[in-house]
Ligand binder design. Structure first.
Ligand SMILES: O=P(O)(O)OC[C@H]1O[C@H](OP(=O)(O)OP(=O)(O)O)[C@H](O)[C@@H]1O
Ligand SMILES: NC(=O)CC[C@H](N)C(=O)O
Ligand SMILES: [Mg+2]
Length: 484
């Protein structure tokens, strides 16, 4: 029996997020554990806590106790959704969990993950990071054949296709599903007796395998493994299906695509700096991006500051390479929740200072170089420049440790609208004027790849060069890209 508790509270479903309009890019985080002798719900809770940066809209955990799959999910942050009593009730030998930032389907509790359902073979729970690019072909086809959907997320298409192949073992049903779905997907799947991890053939989204005593873990990022004291075994390979059950672990190679597409933005912004993805330490790569920036552009300034958090490592790298002093010039308030009411303009302006505030004595009268990891709409940096000018900074130069974002992402980042991307609408000098800086430089794509010591072809860099490794939805489907 599915014991589900969606905690349907309508006020939370529609709660507006103060920073949502300014924060167009997040991800989802997934976690799975097979550990009969472990408190799987609590370990999943801590794992999700470590992945909270990947999605803050909703959180959910499903556990398998041999007979049932138990589920709890709701809108909100991990500690808001779960308490001790709730975690006590989620019993089992295996669990999966999800933190969501919606990319297909609205931010509603019915779209929260994991999805849990009955099918011919029993019960199945599934959690997904990424976006399918052919969902608008698959969903109507499934509906024509009588499928019903309870949510508007692409993820439910995956569950439906797996369920249609109930005449074969679950591993086979998954690889058959992979024949049909296109796009980016890292998945954790839970059945009564198995935990399965899947990474799409292009390897767009990360997924790694860890071990804690006799328990196996799957997680979007290795920082989740560190958090629960597990060791990183390796990354799940593109096109690999890992099946874990009481007999141990088995790997099925569905097959990697010739053209790989690991999202380079994971390294620029999404991932936590303490994670290792596909062998690259995120913090180290970000620092190297800063060094590359300094090789490309040397500003005549007194000091280097970063826009925290994700600009920090690149700013340090820039300072090291250039010999300029690095100072913490902006403080970020880390305790901003999601419970604000949509503010007026006055409150919005106030909110900027609530989120980031300058340390005046460090900055006043100085010529500074401000480094951020990326500019999407230009909201953050234009506000920062204004704030710094108000503080009495003499000159403000801006460096961005990634190239201009010119193309939308269809693989799980919420930038599917080109009109929102400032670099797609304005020239470099227009952007500089818009943000009000005295100088502006973006890291080149070559410089970015040098930070990895790699050549084009390993990463998906489509947001910078429009070279999409997986076919994107047709123009007539674009308007419908977000299923409401
Ligand atoms: O041009 P914009 O549309 O303003 O978006 C870009 C900003 O958004 C991100 O920061 P965010 O505050 O989301 O998170 P962070 O603390 O990880 O840097 C990113 O690091 C930039 O600072
Ligand atoms: N950001 C993500 O990975 C989202 C996963 C899925 N497409 C959803 O909207 O729930
Ligand atoms: Mg930032």
């Amino acid at each position: 029996m599915i014991k589900e508790d969606y905690g349907l509270s309508s006020d939370k479903d529609v709660e507006p997020d103060l920073f949502r309009a300014d924060k167009p890019r997040e991800e989802c985080g997934i976690f799975g554990i097979f550990g009969p002798d472990k408190d799987v719900a609590r370990l999943t809770y801590y794992g999700l806590y470590a992945l909270q940066h990947r999605g803050q809209e909703s959180a959910g955990i499903a556990t398998a106790d041999g007979k049932n799959i138990l589920l709890h999910k709701n809108m909100g942050l991990v500690p808001e959704v779960f308490d001790e009593a709730r975690l006590d009730s989620l019993k089992g030998h295996a669990a999966i969990g999800h933190v969501r930032y919606s990319t297909t389907g609205s931010s509603l509790v019915t779209n929260a993950q994991p999805l849990v359902c009955y099918y011919q073979k029993g019960m199945i729970a599934l959690a997904h990071n990424g976006n399918l690019t052919n969902v608008h072909q698959l969903r109507p086809k499934l509906m024509e054949r009588g499928a019903v959907f309870q949510s508007s997320i692409d993820t439910e298409v995956i569950v439906n296709i797996i369920a249609r192949h109930s005449n074969v073992p679950i591993e086979k049903a998954i690889t058959r599903c992979m024949d049909e779905i296109e796009g980016a997907y890292s998945l954790v799947v839970l059945t009564g007796d198995k935990l399965i991890g899947v990474r799409d053939p292009h390897g767009v989204r990360p997924l790694c395998l860890g071990k804690l005593g006799g328990a196996y873990i799957l997680a979007s990022e290795s920082c989740a493994l560190d958090t629960i004291g597990a060791e990183l075994v390796r990354d799940v390979e593109p096109g690999e299906v890992i099946v874990i059950d009481k007999n141990g672990i088995k790997s099925i190679h569905y097959g990697a695509a010739e053209r790989k597409g690991l999202c380079v933005f994971e390294f620029i912004y999404f991932a936590r700096p303490d994670s290792v993805i596909d062998g690259y330490m995120v913090n180290q790569v970000r620092r190297e991006m800063g060094r590359q920036l300094a090789k490309e552009y040397r500003a005549d300034v007194d000091l280097v500051i970063s826009v925290p958090d994700s600009g920090n490592a690149a700013a340090r790298g820039y300072a090291e390479e250039s010999g300029l002093p690095f100072e913490e010039g902006l403080m970020k308030n880390r305790y901003i929740g999601r419970t604000f009411i949509q503010p007026t303009q006055e409150l919005r302006d106030l909110a900027v200072h609530l989120k980031l505030n300058p340390i005046k004595n460090i900055l006043k009268g100085k010529r500074i170089l401000m480094i951020d990891d990326s500019i999407v709409r230009g909201t953050t940096c234009s506000r920062m420049v204004k704030m710094l000018r108000d503080t009495g900074v003499k000159e403000i130069h801006m460096c961005v440790s990634s190239p201009p974002i010119l193309w939308p992402c269809y693989y799980g980042i919420d930038t599917s609208n080109r009109k929102e991307l400032i670099a797609a609408k304005m020239s470099l000098d227009e952007i500089r004027q818009f943000i009000g800086a005295d100088g502006l430089h973006y890291l080149s794509l070559e410089g970015l790849l040098k930070a990895f010591n790699t050549v084009p072809g390993k990463f998906c860099t489509a947001c910078f060069d429009g070279d999409y490794p997986i076919p994107i939805p047709k123009p007539e489907e674009m308007g419908k890209f977000v299923l409401e």
